[in-house]
Design a protein around this ligand. Structure first.
Ligand code: SAH
Length: 410
């Protein structure tokens, strides 16, 4: 038996030169279970004050018994004070680590995708906490979500060059979550000429996806399997795609033979993309711009009915403290949607809030059902596509729900 209390001298040597973070007694357990996060209250700040680190700096992390736990990027100003980048003493974070991680990430995607259009790196799930990369052929869109990743952006760009050799790379660093990290919001070219839009083919439809002007990193690759699952039920159907963005669901429904498709979104840019893609693919859709709740209410007043309704809202629960309010919004949205589903139709109800469990969404739909005198059956439950893998020790990485209900009138 190795002596648990003996200092790990090899690791200490490897980690020398970096600031140290020592955890309080027993606070290493989450890391040992596979998680990558260290919360600020878990750090022994008497021994190793977090404030001694600058945001984004890499530190070596030790248990209270001086066992080396790994290298982490630190942000002394956030609740998640540090995110583990490696557990291997010889694997000090830098370009080499990014190359290995991105190679591994690419190998996974290549098993599942025939063409280089996918989320190449999905943060924690690819052991790259804070880094998201979407790949559109020769163009990559990168989101740096933490001070740690921001500090390593040069290494990331070089590693990306080695692993995929993109012609153009866009920093799409405009997520409001960056403000919590004390980072500025910006969108700028990191490499090459960034096209205004790129073409993504899914379900036999060629979509024009806006990049710099698009939402998040451009295309929602996570919904790919759910789009094809619902498209199979859309032949001859009247389809309503609520929170349509660029028409991922709606246009594939049209391609699958829907008799009528209506896309609803608050964003004029998103609906312009829907219309452009519809025209380019010879598909007919109509678009309605407005607040989804108001549009659904208006449709209910007009007694409009659809055979298939998809609701794919932005996360209503962004932080745990919004749980109650968010849950009420999911219930209200699903109630409005259910009213519009004609006899023996289908509702696909999605949620991308990691703070909302699948069971809670099912319950929200069931509670809504009771108000509108319907009976539903859950017939299929989808999640995120394999380019958004789940890290089993990090429940937050399993965030997408797409529940397909058959709706009967009571
Ligand atoms: N279903 C899409 C992704 C939806 S992303 C796909 O498959 O690609 C969420 C969308 O909701 C965004 O396009 C955003 O513009 C829109 N949105 C956000 N709040 C809204 C609101 N209150 N009413 C209507 N649309 C809204």
């Amino acid at each position: 038996m190795p002596d648990e209390n003996a200092p790990d001298t090899d690791s200490l040597a490897a980690a020398s030169g970096l600031p140290r973070l020592v955890l309080k007694p027993r606070e290493e357990r989450r890391l040992q279970a596979g998680h990558l996060w260290i919360f600020s209250n878990e750090v022994d700040v008497q021994a190793t004050p977090l404030t001694a680190c600058t945001p984004g700096e890499v530190a070596s992390v030790f248990s209270s018994k001086d066992r080396f736990l790994g290298y982490a990027s630190v942000n002394p100003h956030t609740l998640i004070a540090a995110r583990l980048l490696s557990r291997v003493p010889s694997e000090r974070p830098g370009r080499g680590l990014f190359v290995r991680r991105l190679e591994a990430a690419k190998a996974l995607r290549e098993r599942f995708y025939h063409r280089p259009f996918y989320r190449l790196a999905f943060g924690e799930s690819d052991l790259l906490p804070g880094l998201v990369v979407d790949r559109y052929g020769d163009t990559c869109v990168v989101q740096l979500g933490t001070a740690g990743m921001e500090a390593m952006k040069d290494g990331i760009l070089t590693a990306l060059g080695k692993v995929v050799g993109p012609r153009a790379v866009l920093w799409k660093n405009d997520s409001p979550l960056r403000e919590l990290e004390g980072l500025p919001l910006y969108v700028e070219a990191a490499l090459g000429d960034i096209p205004d839009s790129v073409e993504v083919e899914e379900g036999g439809v060629r979509f024009a996806v806006p990049l710099a002007a698009g939402q998040k990193t451009g295309w929602f690759f996570d919904q790919a399997l759910n789009r094809s699952a619902i498209a199979r039920h859309c032949a001859g159907a009247r389809v309503l795609d609520v929170f349509s963005y660029a028409g991922g669901f709606g246009l594939q429904a049209a391609r699958a033979g829907a008799s009528e498709v209506t896309c609803v979104d608050a964003s004029a840019g998103a609906l312009a993309a829907v219309e452009a893609s519809a025209a380019a693919n010879g598909l007919a859709v109509s678009t309605v711009r407005g607040d989804a709740f108001e549009v659904l209410e208006a449709f209910a007043r007009e007694r409009r009915r659809f055979d298939v309704v998809i609701v794919d809202p932005p996360a209503f629960i962004k932080r745990r403290k919004d749980h109650g309010k968010g849950l009420a919004a999911y219930k209200r949205l699903n109630q409005l949607a259910l009213q519009l589903v004609d006899r023996d139709g289908i509702l696909m109800s999605c949620s991308c809030s990691s703070h909302l469990a699948e069971g809670e969404l099912i319950e929200a739909v069931q509670r809504a059902v009771r108000h509108v005198d319907r009976f539903v059956q859950l017939v299929w439950a989808g999640g995120q596509a394999p380019d958004h893998p789940v890290h089993p020790a990090i429940p937050e990485t399993r965030y997408l729900k797409a529940l397909m209900f058959r709706v009967l009138h009571a």
